[in-house]
Design a protein around this ligand. Structure first.
Ligand code: 13P
Ligand code: SF4
Length: 305
């Protein structure tokens, strides 16, 4: 059944000249039909490079918006219109304008998990994998970082020469994890290394053996000569690593580590979207696109240096 749906997807994407991009949090059956799988930074780079006329983003809305911002001439599809990122919607333009008034001489750095609208008011965009590198390379020393207080705190530790102000946003999925979850997982698996995403609370990050983006976590586990790992990010990563590294053991930090928005997109959603029976085409007015693009261009410029 799954193989049958995958074959129909592969046939249709070729016929319709569609490039399928999938974030690592998608299920394995979706990764198998994707042209590129990656973290937010890798997806933004691929969006720029792909030659196909249409790009389908299997992930959440801000990721599809990023593709549209970078590729206005392409048709950009989000297979599940309800797949949003709650963190990306925590601040609106009015709230950010007030913050900018409060911190007038600070450069505004936005995590890529923000809406296109919010990006129009920001100076530089970053992803979890590119953030410390980009912020170190910025000329400005005073940074207002939005919206994830946890990633902001992690960056502040990596960039001690910068003065970083954070706001009270967070990822509801990562912020749910506690030191108690770490203690429970470590006592059940005392030989395992703990790998966490920097969206986790500072107290959880402090106990980690490795901190990185989704692809950085997967690369670390694959390349390590250790054989057991507790995965401190969305549980799809436990699934992918288990399939990719059958000789190693991967344990979820918690069975509740699930981003329900990411999991809204199913293999069937991809098929229906290709058939024209579901999904949404992302549209954006040119003024919003151009002013949101400036901070993503800056990220790609500083990140690719
Ligand atoms: P990555 O940049 O690590 O892919 O993170 C995206 C995300 O939404 C994590 O929750
Ligand atoms: Fe957004 Fe958190 Fe889901 Fe990532 S895991 S998409 S930050 S809600």
């Amino acid at each position: 059944m799954i193989k049958d749906i995958q074959e129909r997807i592969l046939r249709l994407k070729k016929e319709k000249d569609v490039c399928i991009l999938a974030h690592c949090y998608q299920t394995h059956d979706i990764l198998e039909v994707a042209d590129f799988v990656g973290d937010s930074f890798g997806l933004a780079q691929k969006a720029q490079q792909t030659a196909n006329k249409t790009v389908m983003m299997c992930g959440v809305r801000f990721m599809a918006e990023t593709v549209k911002i970078l590729c206005p001439e392409k048709t950009v599809l989000l297979p599940e219109p309800d797949a949003g990122c709650p963190m990306a919607e925590q601040l609106d333009k009015e709230m950010l304008s007030q913050l900018k008034e409060k911190y007038p001489d600070y450069a505004v750095v936005a995590y890529i998990n923000t809406t296109a609208e919010l990006k129009t008011l920001c100076d530089v965009c970053v992803t979890s994998s590119s953030a410390p590198k980009i912020i170190k390379r910025m000329d400005e020393d005073k940074i207002l970082f939005i919206p994830d207080r946890n990633l902001g705190g992690y960056i502040a530790k990596q960039c001690p020469d910068k003065e970083i102000v954070t706001v009270h946003g967070c990822c509801p999925t990562h912020a749910k994890m506690t030191k108690h979850d770490v203690e429970t997982a470590k006592s059940a698996h005392p030989d395992a290394l703990l790998l966490v995403h920097p969206e986790c609370e500072t107290g959880v990050v402090a106990l980690a053996d490795f901190v990185g983006s989704t692809t950085e976590i997967m690369d670390f586990a694959k390349q390590s000569d250790r054989t057991e790992f507790i995965i401190g990010t969305e549980n799809s990563i436990v699934q992918h690593l288990g399939i990719d590294c059958p000789d190693k053991k991967f344990y979820p930090l918690s069975k509740d580590f699930v981003c329900h928005n990411m999991q809204l997109t199913k293999l069937a959603s991809v098929l229906h979207c290709l058939e024209g029976a579901g999904g949404e085409e992302i549209t954006m007015d040119e003024k919003t696109r151009l002013s949101a693009k400036a901070c993503i261009d800056k990220m790609l410029e500083l990140g690719n240096e």
